[in-house]
Design a protein around this ligand. Structure first.
Ligand code: DGL
Length: 261
């Protein structure tokens, strides 16, 4: 039975996953780490992403966690085998459950995936969807500007977010997608702008899909429902960023720890 899990992302986007995990596992203790000193990971090499992710896992192991949740699409799509080979505890990523949900939802047989450059380049979502149903067409689009926008506290209703959303999602105009995987954990912040640009398309929140899958697989867990938050740096726009995440956490309760990077 799980008692305490470690959850990490390159930044603050993983709080969208943490929110879903808290919904599904209200009794579990959780430790969240956002590597704000080194975000974004999404334009970096597989070697660098793996190196950063291994640092993040090692930090979370200090808290005696029973499992790790990789609340980052970039790490989930590029470094899972390396992490699982290096650390003995269970490590869960966001790809499989989101791929399963997309395959179950699509009626047109065409699914869109948006993510960082490294995520889209890895082809991980596509690979998993096609092992479920080889006839599903997967169209990927990298949206590299979304992460820095979110990390600078730009909300979904800001005209800048809307213009960039329009530019990126025009890649799907000629496609018959009816489901879109928000394949980076920062993106649910822009869900209202994504839904406005692609009306009628089902948005897949990878954190929600993972939390639901883990809850069915692992049961409720036990603990005191305590959550601790760490970041490797408190950025200039930090308070505003935490606010737009709607994370139910006071920015003052997020501790800075970076002696491991
Ligand atoms: N939240 C991360 C993801 O899911 C952001 C990646 C980045 O740091 O570029 O991919």
């Amino acid at each position: 039975m799980l008692r305490r899990i470690g959850v990490f992302d390159s930044g603050i986007g993983g709080l969208t996953v943490l929110r879903q995990l808290r919904r599904a596992f209200p009794q579990l203790d959780m430790v969240y780490l956002g590597d704000l000193a080194r975000v974004p990971y999404g334009g970096r090499s597989v070697e660098t992403i793996t190196h950063y992710a291994a640092d993040d896992v090692r930090f979370l192991l200090r808290f005696d966690v029973d499992a790790i949740v990789v609340a980052c699409g970039t790490v989930s799509s590029n470094a899972m085998d390396a992490l699982r080979g290096r650390f003995a505890l269970p490590i869960y990523g966001v790809i499989e459950s989101a791929a399963a949900r997309a395959a179950a939802v699509t009626r047109t047989g065409c699914v869109g995936v948006i993510g960082t450059q490294a995520t889209v380049k890895s082809g991980a979502y596509e690979r998993h969807i096609r092992t479920i149903d080889p006839d599903i067409r997967v169209v990927g689009q990298a949206c590299p500007l979304f992460v820095p926008l979110v990390e600078n506290g730009i909300a979904a209703d800001d005209p800048v977010a809307e213009i960039i959303t329009d530019r990126y999602l025009s890649a799907f105009d000629a496609e018959n997608i009816d489901a879109l995987i928000m394949g980076c954990t920062h993106y649910p912040v822009y869900r209202p702008a994504l839904e406005k640009r692609l009306p009628g398309v089902t948005m897949i929140d990878v954190g929600e899909a993972l939390a639901d899958a883990l809850r069915s697989e692992l049961g409720p867990g036990e603990g005191d429902g305590r959550v601790e938050y760490y970041v490797t740096e408190r950025s200039a726009a930090f308070d505003q960023v935490v606010r737009i995440m709607d994370a139910a956490v006071d920015p003052a309760d997020i501790k800075v720890e970076n002696n491991f990077i």
